[in-house]
Design a protein around this ligand. Structure first.
Ligand code: SAH
Ligand code: DHB
Ligand code: MG
Length: 222
């Protein structure tokens, strides 16, 4: 099976299940114009995240890794009035593009973009004593995943959903000798989550316009 085939199936289902979306298209155009890498989730994956947040009846969402705010918009659309999404981004330029996209999506009142390394902004959230989040989406630099997961657990409650992107990487995840720091990061993350008795997870492989990758999806049990 080829990327071409996967992409045409993505397009087929996008046409069937997702009405044309000027806001999200403009967000991707603005991200392209600013030369951000096109490593946002695919449209069907963004909608999956939105549906997870709806199933969870999430009022509070945490995202680690904003880029241009594409996944942010999908997730924030699931929030009820008064709901809140905090998204963490290291690059000032990415955060600027994201804020613009979020504004054009009419979501500025619900979404807060915090600039800085998540290695600093996550402990800051804990220190502030924020309310626990209902859903966490981990999608920043892969070597950071083990630490981001530990902080996410501290910012969770029993029933919180934690989702991590890019856990398959063309199947390279099964290679214990991989020299790709992203793959090594995911494998270290997997070691941490399997040791965490309060996290109950599964892994789903995906193919599509963005290639062959996958998600870890789990719930915090206690
Ligand atoms: N969630 C986005 C894609 C995120 S790409 C979407 O699907 O639309 C990963 C992002 O993580 C990039 O913007 C990158 O700058 C950011 N990032 C990298 N290292 C980081 C760190 N230490 N803390 C916070 N964000 C980081
Ligand atoms: C990369 C990061 C992502 O979050 C993604 O979805 C795809 C690729 C990367 O760093 O290569
Ligand atoms: Mg990703």
């Amino acid at each position: 099976m080829s990327l071409e085939r996967w992409t045409s199936v993505d397009e087929y289902y996008a046409k069937l299940l997702m009405p044309p979306d000027a806001v999200l298209n403009a967000a991707l155009e603005r991200s392209n114009a600013a030369e951000l890498p096109a490593i946002n989730v695919a449209a069907n994956q963004g909608k999956m995240l939105m549906i997870f947040a709806q199933m969870q009846k999430a009022h509070r969402i945490l995202e680690i890794g904003t880029l241009g705010g594409y996944s942010t918009i999908w997730l924030a659309r699931a929030l009820p009035a008064g709901g809140r999404l905090i998204t963490l981004e290291y690059e000032q330029k990415h955060a600027d593009v994201a804020r613009e996209n979020i504004k054009h999506a009419g979501l500025s009142d619900k979404v807060e973009v915090r600039v800085g390394s998540a290695h600093d902004t996550l402990p800051a959230l804990v220190k502030e004593g924020v309310q626990p989040f209902d859903l966490v989406f981990i999608d920043a630099d892969k070597p950071g995943y083990p630490e981001y997961f530990k902080w996410s657990m501290k910012l969770s409650r029993p029933g919180t959903i934690i989702i991590a992107d890019n856990v398959v990487r063309d199947g390279e995840v099964v290679n214990p000798n991989s020299e790709d720091e992203r793959v090594r990061g995911i494998r270290a993350f997997n070691e941490v989550i399997t040791k965490e008795k309060r996290f109950n997870a599964t892994a789903i492989q995906t193919v599509g316009a963005k290639g062959y990758d996958g998600f870890i999806i789990g719930t915090v049990t206690e």
